[in-house]
Design a protein around this ligand. Structure first.
Ligand SMILES: [Zn+2]
Length: 225
């Protein structure tokens, strides 16, 4: 950046994160500081179910350690395998995947009056192979889950290329397993700890709109530098 003569340039702390919003522009969030999740670890990837569970638990722990007033809870396994507005907020593997084949995963977030009422995460095993190891030719399950859980919490994509909530990933990428300050700042802004002074965009006046917003993670080929 070039300095500007005799001008004071304020460079605000870069907030590259963004929030999922309804059609009225209000940021989506869970009403209670607890969100309850179920996992269907059954998969056609040859990944042992306990390894799927471990990746899921680690992804949950990453967000629960972000210093925000929201907790994800592992409610155990479920045999459902579909996304729906119900009491089962489900993470599951979709081997049919009738949608865009470039999408690695999809978080469906259902909201009413900007309050999230249900959410599901589907993993695209029709077009991608997942791994819980360090396989450079597969998608890292824990990284993808951590990204999608960010959507489930109400975060949209970040412009910070290092952030877990950056919009794209690549085969073998494991860096999204752990959050960056931008991810943590975003969640803290959305769910301030009691007693902290914050300026959240108000949800006053939002209309009774029930909608689904999709958080997507796409594959890109980035040139190695
Ligand atoms: Zn995404």
């Amino acid at each position: 950046m070039l300095p500007i003569l005799s001008a004071v340039v304020f460079v605000s702390a870069a907030s590259a994160y963004s929030f999922m919003r309804d059609e009225a522009g209000n940021a989506l969030s869970w009403a209670e500081p607890d969100a309850f999740l179920y996992l269907n670890p059954s998969n056609d990837q040859g990944i042992p179910e306990d390894e799927v569970q471990d990746a899921f638990i680690a992804a949950v722990a990453a967000w629960n350690g972000s210093g925000a007033d929201i907790r994800l809870h592992d409610e155990g396994n479920h045999d459902l395998a579909e996304s729906a507005v119900d009491q089962v907020n489900l993470i599951w593997f979709d081997s049919a995947w009738p949608q865009d084949p470039t999408l690695v995963a999809k978080a469906s977030v259902y909201a009413q009056n900007a309050t999230i009422v249900a959410a599901d995460i589907a993993l695209n095993t029709a077009d991608f192979s997942f791994t819980t190891g360090e396989d450079a030719d597969r998608m890292d399950l824990q990284s993808v889950l951590t990204h999608e859980l960010g959507h489930l919490l109400g975060l949209d994509h970040s412009e910070d290329a290092e952030a877990t909530m950056f919009a794209t990933t690549e085969l073998g990428e494991t860096s999204k397993r752990s959050l960056r300050p931008d991810d943590q700042n975003g969640l803290q802004k959305l769910y301030p700890e009691p007693g902290t002074v914050a300026c959240n965009s108000g949800a006053v006046g939002s209309r009774g709109l029930a909608g689904v917003l999709l958080g997507l993670l796409a594959l890109v080929s980035r040139r190695k530098r």
